[in-house]
Design a protein around this ligand. Structure first.
Ligand SMILES: *Cc1c(COP(=O)(O)O)cnc(C)c1O
Length: 382
């Protein structure tokens, strides 16, 4: 990458990560569930307001833990958007469930709650809303029905650390929630994640699943004098080294979010003119959303314009990307899942959405990005 290039993403480091990693080394405990793991979990419990948080090696792992905790099995259906990352579906498919893809709303790009209600069947075991870009997905249309029928709600909160909706933390609303600390997310340990547990009845079993199906956590607390295999589980804990790295990021989380919001606001303010001229649409953030500026996206008028702007920006050394390939159109999605009705909004949005670079340190380069976007439309208009 040349010095002139503006990558799509650049992981941020606070500067304290390596000294915390050295401290983990000095502690003489490098496997998981040590002091740094506990520090991160306490931070999550306080900031999300969940009953319990367990650090995992990825959000994917946290979703797999959720699937085990909900006792998902072959024949069960799991309702989720098609406009999401593969892990939202895969964690449940791994246990034999059928993903049922429901369309998104054209404004927030989150699951359409009314369509979720229509898609609920006798077989529905779990509903998995994704808070796209850290903008809260409204769960109210189906929360009461889910409670009545014993359907679990698992928030895919991969984008949502420190985001709120109507004053409530995202990740504190469903029975369970999965967070990601992948390099591309707001807080990162390279790869990492967490499971937030809001239904306290699930907490004891979650810890066992986390610890390879053993009661090792009870043993570490001195509650039992030996530990043994008592349930299903896997190795979901990260070691202390990524936990140490992550704890440095957590200490700066408010600052990181503020700086991301400032970048987001700059894009939003500066692109208003292009929206007014009808060249693009900016994100719709509802009143009451306390989003965390995880993503800045725009919608182009069609797929062709998106292809051309990505190429135009690439030639100027600017990384802009799109996502998601709708899961219902993917080979695995077609094999394992089914569609609940037409997914016209998903297909339309996925073809036109463009993500602009958003990372800490890009601030002085934003005028260049914005100028390039403006130039693209000037050429189109000419
Ligand atoms: C990033 C992401 C995941 C997966 O996170 P990992 O930590 O990489 O496993 C899951 N769902 C969504 C919506 C994501 O954006």
């Amino acid at each position: 990458m040349s010095a002139r290039e503006i990558p799509f993403n650049r992981p941020y480091v606070t500067g304290r990560e390596l000294s915390y990693v050295a401290e983990a080394h000095r502690n003489g405990q490098l496997a998981g569930n040590g002091p740094f793991t506990r520090r991160c979990q306490a931070w999550l419990e306080e900031r999300i307001g969940c009953y319990k948080a367990l650090l995992t090696h990825s959000c994917t792992a946290a979703l797999e833990m959720a699937a085990t905790l909900c006792e998902v099995q072959a024949g069960d259906e799991v309702i989720l958007p098609s406009f999401t990352f593969v892990s939202t579906a895969n964690a449940f498919v791994a246990r034999g469930a059928t993903p049922v893809f429901v369309d998104i709303r054209p404004d927030t790009l989150n699951l359409d709650g009314e369509l979720v209600v229509e898609a609920i069947s006798e077989r529905t075991k779990v509903i998995v809303p994704v808070h796209y870009a850290g903008v809260g997905c409204d769960l109210t249309p189906y929360q009461a029905i889910a409670r009545e029928r014993g359907i679990f709600v698992v928030e895919d909160a991969a984008h949502s650390i420190l985001a709120t909706d109507e004053g409530r933390s995202l990740g504190s609303i469903g029975d369970l929630a999965a967070f990601s600390f992948h390099e591309t997310k707001n807080l990162s340990s390279g790869q990492g994640g967490a499971l937030a547990i809001n239904d306290e009845r699930l907490a004891a079993r979650a810890e066992i699943i986390w610890q390879k199906g053993t009661n090792r956590s009870d043993f570490c607390r001195g509650a039992v004098d030996q530990y043994t295999w008592i349930d299903q589980g896997s190795s979901y804990l990260p070691g202390e080294i990524p936990a140490a790295f992550l704890s440095a990021q957590m200490e700066e989380a408010d600052l990181i979010t503020e700086r991301r919001l400032a970048i987001w606001q700059t894009y939003h303010r500066e692109l208003e003119g292009l929206e007014q001229r009808g060249w693009l649409r900016r994100p719709c953030v509802p009143e009451g959303s306390g989003h965390n500026a995880h993503i800045y996206h725009v919608l182009l008028s069609n797929a062709e314009a998106r292809t051309r702007i990505i190429e135009f920006l690439r030639r100027k050394g600017i990384g802009a990307v799109f996502h998601y390939v709708p899961l219902h159109t993917s080979p695995a999605g077609r094999r394992y899942g089914r569609e609940a009705g037409e997914l016209t909004v998903t297909e339309d949005i996925a073809a036109r959405l463009l993500r602009l670079p958003l990372w800490l340190g890009i601030e002085p380069l934003l005028p260049r990005v914005l100028r390039a976007v403006g130039e693209f439309f000037d050429t189109v208009e000419a």
